[in-house]
Design a protein around this ligand. Structure first.
Ligand code: GRF
Length: 205
C-alpha cells in the first residue's frame, strides 16, 4: 500500500512511520511521498535523509479548497492509497476528505473526544484529568472527530508540566501510530457505525 504523509513541523511521528515501513514492521507498504505545507518544516530533512521524496505545497494566501486540491493532485499522481497526517496543522476541506474517504488517518495527543484541537496536553493538564493519552483516528470533516482506530492512556503525574507530559505522550504516539497503520494497511478491520473493529488479534496495539 502506498502511503503519503502530511507534515507541518518536526515530523517525529512521520519518522516513526518511515522507519517502521523500512524495517518491515508495517509489511506490504511503502512511504511514497512526504508533503509539507511549510517550507521550513524540520521533518523534510529527516524524510530526505531516509530517501523519501518530499514535496512542499504552501498555502500562499489561497483558499483551503484550492490548496487542498493541489495536495490531492500530488497524492493521486503517485497513486497514494493511505494518507497519514503527522503534525499537519490544517483542517482538510470536504473535497480532500471525499477524495480519500476512510483512507486518511491522524494522531492526536489526547484521549478523544476529550481535548480536541490545539494544545491538547495543556488542555488536559489544566482541566485536571488524571489520565490523558493519544488517539489514532480516521479524519472526517470535523475537528478531531472521526472514528477512533486506537488509543493509549498516559497518566498525568503531580509534577508534570506541559513539556514532560508532552514528551511521555509522544513516546506512546509513535508506537500507537505504527501499530495502527500496520493494521489498517493489513485491511484487518471493519467500520460499523462509529466503531472500528479488528478481525484478528495478530497485530497487537
Ligand atoms: C504530535 O503531538 C501529534 O499528536 C500532533 O502534532 C504533534 C506532531 O509532532 N498531531 P511530530 O511533528 O510528529 O513530532
Amino acid at each position: 500500500m502506498k502511503i503519503g504523509i502530511l507534515i507541518s513541523g518536526r515530523g517525529s511521528n512521520m519518522t516513526a512511520l518511515i522507519d517502521a515501513v523500512q524495517d518491515n514492521r508495517i509489511p506490504n507498504s511503502e512511504v511514497t511521498v512526504i508533503i509539507s505545507d511549510k517550507l521550513d518544516a524540520a521533518g523534510l530533512e529527516k524524510a530526505r535523509a531516509r530517501g523519501i521524496e518530499t514535496v512542499i505545497v504552501e498555502r500562499n494566501k489561497r483558499g483551503r479548497a484550492e490548496h487542498d486540491a493541489e495536495i490531492v493532485a500530488e497524492l493521486k499522481k503517485r497513486n497514494v492509497e493511505l494518507v497519514c497526517l503527522a503534525g499537519y496543522m490544517r483542517l482538510l476541506s470536504p473535497n480532500f476528505i471525499k477524495a480519500f474517504r476512510d483512507r486518511i488517518l491522524n494522531i492526536h495527543p489526547s484521549l478523544l473526544p476529550a481535548f480536541p484541537g490545539l494544545d491538547a496536553q495543556r488542555q488536559a493538564l489544566e482541566y485536571g484529568v488524571k489520565f490523558t493519552g493519544c488517539t489514532v483516528h480516521f479524519v472526517d470533516e470535523g475537528l478531531d472527530s472521526g472514528v477512533i482506530v486506537a488509543q493509549k492512556a498516559v497518566p498525568i503525574l503531580d509534577l508534570d508540566t506541559v513539556e514532560t507530559l508532552t514528551e511521555r505522550i509522544l513516546a506512546e504516539e509513535h508506537n500507537l501510530y505504527v501499530n495502527a497503520v500496520a493494521r489498517i494497511v493489513a485491511k484487518d478491520f471493519v467500520i460499523i457505525g462509529r466503531r472500528v473493529l479488528f478481525k484478528t488479534n495478530e497485530i497487537k496495539i
